[in-house]
Design a binder for this molecule. Sequence first.
Ligand code: NAP
Length: 295
Amino acid sequence: MKILLTGATGQVGWELARTLLPVGEVIEVDRSQADLADTSSLRAIIQQYQPDVIVNPAAYTAVDKAESEQALAFLINAEAPGVMAEEAKKIGALLVHYSTDYVFDGTKSTPYVEDDATNPINVYGQSKLAGEQAIQSTEGDYLILRTSWVYASRGNNFLKTILRLAAEREELKIVADQIGSPTWARLIAETTAHIVRQAMFERQSSSFDPNVYHLTSSGDTSWHGFAQKIVDSVREQGKMELKNRAILPIPTTDYPLPAKRPTNSRLSTRRLEQQFGLTMPSWDNALRLCMQETV
Ligand SMILES: NC(=O)c1ccc[n+]([C@@H]2O[C@H](COP(=O)([O-])OP(=O)(O)OC[C@H]3O[C@@H](n4cnc5c(N)ncnc54)[C@H](OP(=O)(O)O)[C@@H]3O)[C@@H](O)[C@H]2O)c1
């Protein structure tokens, strides 16, 4: 089985390049081979390799910058996945695509389920939702995996930022009124490998149903709770000197950013767990394991 993988330099893509190894022959294509902003190069590379599966973690992920680069965000996050879906359908391939908690407005008081009404409140969320819709309207075989608050021991992410700031500053102020589930990129990649395998078996027996799934850790916290857990974990390990003495909770209004964020980013993973026989680990357990290889 041939798997075409985009975005292997990113957090999730880097892990996928490893977890997909036993699933099939992984063909990594980077921006120089397939620029998602250039849909004709994207079509050409899919036609060239004729993969059985396309896994697409590549995306325009600069949430705040997207507010001023709307056209580029839509090109990469909406038009390109639509093109991938069209090409995948032509060659009978499965498309695995990632989306986000930011397709919701965050006003619900309980975790979002897949069929809840979407209503993105920033350009990034709008572009990712448009990507989901472009894929679905093609009516080929797809899996759309919505995840949230992604971190890894490499790349640019909240974990790495907190480690740097906690080493430099005695006091940090972190937003405490946005709730979600921090999700380790490796967990996303491991889960994807299981899902792809099962989906390919289902396709062989014509029992596969394209669908949207929520893929996050279980449990939830605030950005403040996440930061505190990172710092506590570094202290327990005793591997790194930190100047930090206090992490103070602040409201979102005290940390204005160009893009609005949903207050409730919690996603129910029940559909994914039932369909694929998986149990998503708690966010703090996954963080503990990631921290063992981070500092
Ligand atoms: N990060 C989060 O907190 C989060 C939350 C919810 C959902 N998601 C979704 O999860 C998926 C994976 O996110 P991530 O955090 O792993 O992303 P990431 O670390 O920001 O990596 C993005 C990847 O996309 C590639 N890319 C960007 N523009 C491209 C273009 N024009 N052509 C080709 N490749 C391009 C990047 O390549 P270069 O190295 O060349 O730039 C990089 O490999 C994305 O769909 C994202 O929307 C992420």
